[in-house]
Design a protein around this ligand. Structure first.
Ligand code: RFL
Length: 396
C-alpha cells in the first residue's frame, strides 16, 4: 500500500477560483499561510470565461489590502445603458456625486492575475488535486485528504478549511444534510448566453421590449457576452449563429450591431440558492459553495470576493489576538450582503423581464404595466436611481 504523506497548514482552501485565490492572497498579505487545492489544471482554470464586472466595493477592497495591482489596467465601468423599446437611457449619469467606479474585468483575467501573483509571492497552489475529502470538521484540527497530480495520497491537518469549490463541490456536500437550511428559488426563466469575438459595447447594456430581454456586456475590448431570454425548452442547438444575431439586432434595436465569431453558447435557468449558515465547525463556505445568484445583477463574483475578505479578516484577527468574533460572525455578515444582492437581482429580473411582457411568476398584462411603471420610475427618479447605484457599486 502506498504511504500517505502528512502535512500541516493554518488554512486549507478547497478550490482555486475567484473566492479561493482571493482568500489565499488576502491571508498571505497578513502573513498567514494556506494551501490551495484545485481540481482542475492551471490551463483550465485560467481559460474559464464567466463573470466580467468587479464592483466598486471590491476594487476598493483590493486597494486597501495592497493588492490594487491585480486590477491594474482594466477599464472603469459605472454606467448602464437601458433600452426600452429601442429608446436609450443612461442610468446613474446624473449622479455625479457617486463617482464610484467598478471595473470591467473578465473573470478568467482576474483568475490569471491572482494565480500569477500568488505563485510569484511563493504561495502554495496545487492543481489537478483529486479525491479531495474533508474530515473532522467539528474538531479543532480538521484534516483534508487528496491525491496529488503525481498520484501521491496526502493529508493536511489545519486550523480552518475554506470551502471555495462552487455549488457542486465537496465542501458544501460535507455538511450533514440535517444541518442548516438551503433556500432555493427558481425564476422560471431561461437565458441563452453567447460569448462572441464582437467589440465590447460602450456601456453595459440591457434592453427590454416586446421581443423580450437582451443584454450585452464587455469581456475585454474585443469580446462580448450577450444574454437572450429564451423559451424554457430551448437548447443551444435551437440557436444557430444567424438566429442569434438576427434576434440580438431586433431586441437591442441596433441594425448595425457589430458581430463576430461566436465562441460559446449555453442555455441555463435563472436560479438562486443560499445555504444558511455558511459555516459548519471549522469549515467556512465562500462564494458559489454557499450561494448562487443569477447573473442578472452581476453579483456572483462580487459576493465571492466579499466572502473572501470577511473570512481572511476573521482568520487574521483570530491568529493575531485569539479574537473569535469575526469567525463567529462570518455567516451572518456574509448572509446579510447575500440577501441584499439576492433582493437586488430579483428586483432587476422582475423589472426587466416583466417590462417585456414575461413577468417572473406570471401576472399577465397587469404585472407587465406595473413593471413598466417601475422601470420608468428608475429611469426618471433620482431617488430610485440612487438605490440602483448603491447596489451596483456594492456600497449599499
Ligand atoms: P468558482 O469560480 O466556480 O471556483 C470554484 C473552483 O473550485 C474548483 N473545484 C474543486 N477543487 C478541488 N476539489 C474539488 N472537489 C473541487 N470542486 C470544484 C473548481 O474547479 C473551481 O476552480 O467559484 P467561486 O470562487 O465561488 O466564484 C464564484 C463565481 O465564479 C461566480 O459566482 C460567477 O462566475 C457568477 N457569474 C457572474 N458573477 C458576477 O459577479 N458578475 C457577472 O457578470 C457574472 N456573470 C456568472 C456570470 C456565472 C455564469 N455562469 C456560470 C452561469 C455569467 C455566467 C454565464
Amino acid at each position: 500500500m502506498t504511504q500517505v504523506l502528512h502535512e500541516s497548514a493554518t488554512v486549507v482552501i478547497v478550490g482555486g477560483g475567484v473566492s479561493g485565490l482571493t482568500a489565499a492572497m488576502l491571508l498571505r498579505s497578513c502573513g498567514i499561510g494556506s494551501v490551495v487545492l484545485e481540481r482542475q489544471t492551471r490551463a483550465r482554470v485560467e481559460e474559464r470565461q464567466r463573470a466580467g464586472l468587479v464592483e466598486h466595493r471590491a476594487v476598493r477592497m483590493f486597494e486597501q489590502w495592497g493588492l490594487g495591482h491585480v486590477l491594474h489596467g482594466f477599464p472603469s465601468n459605472n454606467l448602464l445603458e437601458v433600452r426600452v423599446d429601442g429608446q436609450s437611457r443612461l442610468l446613474t449619469e446624473d449622479l455625479r456625486d457617486i463617482g464610484a467606479a467598478g471595473k470591467s474585468v473578465p473573470q478568467q483575467a482576474l483568475v490569471r492575475g491572482l494565480v500569477a501573483a500568488f505563485l510569484a509571492d511563493g504561495g502554495d497552489l496545487r492543481f489537478a488535486a483529486a479525491d479531495v475529502a474533508l474530515h473532522g470538521l467539528d474538531s479543532d484540527k480538521p484534516m483534508v485528504s487528496y491525491t496529488g497530480s503525481d498520484g501521491q495520497a496526502r493529508e493536511i491537518e489545519c486550523d480552518f478549511v475554506a470551502g471555495c469549490d462552487g455549488d457542486r463541490g465537496i465542501s458544501a456536500a460535507s455538511i450533514p444534510s440535517d444541518v442548516g437550511t438551503v433556500h432555493r428559488y427558481d425564476y422560471g426563466i431561461h437565458w441563452l448566453t453567447v460569448l462572441a469575438e464582437a467589440p465590447a459595447p460602450r456601456y453595459a447594456l440591457m434592453a427590454t421590449g416586446e421581443r423580450g430581454y437582451a443584454a450585452q456586456f464587455a469581456r475585454g475590448p474585443g469580446a462580448s457576452r450577450f444574454y437572450l431570454h429564451v423559451a424554457d425548452e430551448d437548447t443551444a442547438a435551437d440557436w444557430p449563429d444567424e438566429r442569434i444575431w438576427a434576434e440580438l439586432t431586433h431586441r437591442l434595436h441596433q441594425p448595425d450591431l457589430p458581430t463576430g465569431p461566436v465562441t460559446a453558447t449555453e442555455v441555463f435557468p435563472l436560479r438562486s440558492s443560499i445555504r444558511e449558515p455558511m459555516s459548519h465547525g471549522r469549515l467556512f463556505l465562500l462564494g458559489d459553495a454557499a450561494h448562487i445568484i443569477p447573473p442578472m445583477g452581476a453579483k456572483g463574483m462580487n459576493l465571492a470576493l466579499f466572502d473572501a475578505e470577511v473570512f481572511a479578516s476573521a482568520v487574521r484577527d483570530f491568529a493575531a489576538a485569539g479574537d473569535e468574533s469575526g469567525l463567529r460572525g462570518y455567516s451572518d455578515t456574509c448572509l446579510a450582503r447575500t440577501w441584499r444582492y439576492q433582493e437586488y437581482s430579483n428586483w432587476l429580473a422582475d423589472m426587466m423581464h416583466g417590462a417585456s411582457g414575461s413577468p417572473v411568476g406570471g401576472g399577465g398584462s397587469f404585472r407587465e404595466r406595473i413593471m413598466r411603471a417601475r422601470l420608468e420610475r428608475l429611469l426618471s427618479s433620482e431617488v430610485a436611481a440612487r438605490y440602483y447605484a448603491e447596489m451596483f457599486t456594492g456600497l449599499g
